[in-house]
Design a protein around this ligand. Structure first.
Ligand code: PLP
Length: 460
């Protein structure tokens, strides 16, 4: 495949703002409409395989780094970069696990629940799928300095790409609230210049956008449309893991809504290209303490509306939030976001995928996470929201027991050990009084052989 820049362009997402820009322009919104931009392809002029199975052949040429990558193996489906410019560090080697253990907890028949482990990426979260694409675009435009705001995983991901490739330096902005130490330690260790803003994620994002605009720094948050191109491949790998069969449901936690937006775009395009014959339903799960999408979509009826969502409704919601000084608050720090930048793109995804949105409490999130720990490879708190959300939708009868459900586990268990240890020592919120059913606390024993044997015998 060769570079085909003339068939790839960026455009505002609403029909009202059909300005188009070249693929090698560095823009994160349409300067005219202020819409987010979307990468669009003239597919009929680009080489696209006639069947998804053709991608499997690349398993046999894994010495080629582009074929090894779980993102670029699918490069004909995100054909914005000349192959020689592609930046890859071996991302996307992730696993789809069928788990009857977690399936039982969710309320599904055996064989029906699948967990997609995006924590197995190089920096330990799904963010690498997007960062390989953003880094590629940064290289295409010759960026020397990049930046992002982050609740932790975006900064870890940007930092690893900057560090491993040495193609550009990077700046990360984090809020001064909750940042899991696993994630902060990565940004520091990978050598990112780290600015801790006195404020939360929403504040940090507002600042980094302004700074990047002012100083011409390459912005790597999910307002960057190329990140979403990379994140589409999570869905390609899910389909691959299911033998190219389309599941009934994709369940994903929602923070800034980049992932859910990318998933919707992936399925819209696969249908357009005739590579799948139906689209799965999408469930986006908010934490109850950061539930903007749930409030707007489920409570207030906000819809995509052919690209013309009710902006007045959105504005009124945020005005009320500001008036009441309502701040996002959840233990699932990766989704502790009150102003999801990809809201409109997510509405498009929900529209295309007959989607639903739910909110789950921190306690439900941590119980879901504990199930994944006990019956799977483990995950970080935000990822537990997808299991908790699937369970809620099962209880509500929206998901049927025989539906094939894929929960996306967005981040690795070791990202936030504090949350895990607190849960198992029944200290959910630091107050030490929450009764937790599936907690597995350490047993304190004296340094005494007989007493230790007494305890061991209780297990026999
Ligand atoms: C970033 C992140 C999310 C939220 O994803 P969005 O695309 O922002 O909705 C969820 N879980 C983890 C672990 C993350 O790092």
């Amino acid at each position: 495949m060769t570079a085909t820049a003339e068939y790839v362009f960026q455009t505002g997402i609403s029909p009202a703002s059909r300005e188009t820009y070249a693929v090698d322009e560095t823009l994160t919104h349409c300067p005219v409409s202020h819409d987010l931009l979307d990468v669009q392809y003239e597919w009929d002029k680009l080489p696209v395989p006639s069947s998804l199975r053709e991608f499997e052949r690349r398993w046999s040429s894994r010495r080629n780094p582009l074929d090894f990558s779980g993102v670029w193996r699918f490069r004909e489906l995100l054909p914005f970069a000349p192959p020689e410019q592609i930046v890859t560090i071996g991302e996307g080697q992730t696993i789809l696990q069928q788990s009857d253990y977690v399936g039982k907890y969710v309320g599904l028949n055996d064989g029906c629940l699948h967990l997609q482990y995006e924590g197995l990426n190089p920096s330990g979260s799904f963010k690498d799928n997007g960062m390989t694409a953003a880094s590629t675009h940064a290289r295409m435009v010759g960026a020397k300095l990049s930046a992002c705001a982050s609740t932790g995983n975006t900064s870890a991901s940007l930092a690893i790409y900057a560090g491993v490739t040495q193609l550009f330096r990077c700046l990360v902005f984090v809020g001064s609230g909750k940042i899991a130490y696993g994630k902060l330690s990565q940004a520091l260790d990978y050598g990112a210049k780290t600015l801790q803003i006195e404020g939360d994620f929403d504040d940090a994002l507002m600042q980094v956008r302004a700074v990047c605009d002012e100083a011409g720094i390459y912005l790597c948050n999910s307002v960057n449309p190329f990140r979403l191109e990379g994140q589409k491949t999570i869905m390609y790998r899910v389909l691959e893991g299911l033998g190219w069969e389309v599941p009934d449901w994709i369940v994903v936690p929602g923070g800034n809504l980049g992932n859910s937006s990318a998933f919707g775009k992936a399925f819209i395009e696969l249908m357009q290209l005739g590579l799948i014959d139906r689209i799965p339903r999408l469930a986006v799960i908010n934490a109850a303490g950061a539930n903007t999408l749930y409030e707007l979509y489920e409570q207030q009826g906000l819809r995509w509306n052919d690209g013309r969502p009710d902006q007045a409704l959105i504005d009124a919601f945020y005005a009320d939030m500001d008036a009441k000084n309502r701040r996002a608050n959840t233990l699932a720090s990766a989704i502790e976001i009150n102003r999801p930048v990809n809201l409109t793109k997510c509405l498009r995804a929900l529209d295309a995928c007959d989607g639903v949105v739910r909110e789950v409490t921190d306690e439900e999130i941590l119980h879901g996470k504990a199930q994944v720990g006990a019956g799977g490879f483990g995950c970080e708190p935000a990822s537990g929201a997808s299991v908790a959300g699937a369970r809620l939708l099962r209880q509500q009868g929206v998901i049927a027991p025989s539906d094939r459900v894929v929960c996306i586990l967005t981040g690795h268990q070791l990202k936030d050990p504090t949350a895990t240890v607190n849960y198992h020592t029944a200290d959910l919120d630091g107050s030490a009084d929450s009764a937790v059913s599936s907690a597995n606390p350490p047993i304190v024993v004296p340094n005494d052989f007989d007493r230790i044997m007494e305890i061991i015998r209780q297990f026999e």
